[in-house]
Ligand binder design. Sequence first.
Ligand code: DO4
Ligand code: MG
Length: 276
Amino acid sequence: MKLYRTFSGFAIEHQGTVYRGSGIKWDALLTQENPLHFLLDALARLEQIDPEAITANLRAPIANQEVWAAGVTYFRSRDARMQEAKAAGGGDFYDRVYDAARPEIFFKATASRVVGPHSHVAIRDDSQWSVPEPEWTLLISPAGKITGYTIGNDMSSRDIEGENPLYLPQAKVYNRSCALGPCLLLNDGTFDKNSEIKLEIFRQGQTAFAESTTLASLKRDPQSLVHYLYRNNIFAQGCFLMTGTGIVPPDSFTLHPGDRIEITIPPIGTLVNTVG
Ligand code: DO4
Ligand code: MG
């Protein structure tokens, strides 16, 4: 089942039919221990609508949740970070966290800093080296259960992060630094470990960068990331957790205004944003 949030409410796509999700608040849905079963029970009472209604006015699938992110969860990310932080003497930290029991987890965004599909993500005015990070993103209930999945873009300023690891919050948290969507995939909790994650960046109609990896290269078990995030933390509205990037463009690459970023994870869909 796929759940889409739009400016006129929300839509549920299930087995080829689309329903209008009326009478249910987004936060109330996202705090369910089993939103899939909750909606399956409700389907018979919901009005069927034209599938076209989904593509119009899509919003990020978030209301009052916080967005957190895990880092250095793929070898490629460890490698890229060690390189970018070498001059600052910070390279060793990334190597150590890659192998440590405790993962890197950081606060990424409030809902106000998140954009939805087809909206503009931002690069910082004081950064010369920015990249998108395509990340498989978990929806987690207040009790710590993974109840859904979406696609996330953890926009990052590599020069600020590389200058000093203590600058990480500035490299990561700013207006429109995060995109989520296009939908929430709700299922029985299983997700194919071999699912592809693909990042494509288009500049003036041409491919400027394209690469893919699979979830099989994710070093951490998603439930163990949730376990660390929920230690001594309460998420009354549930939360989103980005699971880290396995794709980092070469050091010569930086985003430009106007670039179109497409992130695809086949069971979920494609998240499309433009830099602006
Ligand atoms: O350690 C810095 C950030 C890591 C990150 O965002 C990632 O690996 O995806
Ligand atoms: Mg990241």
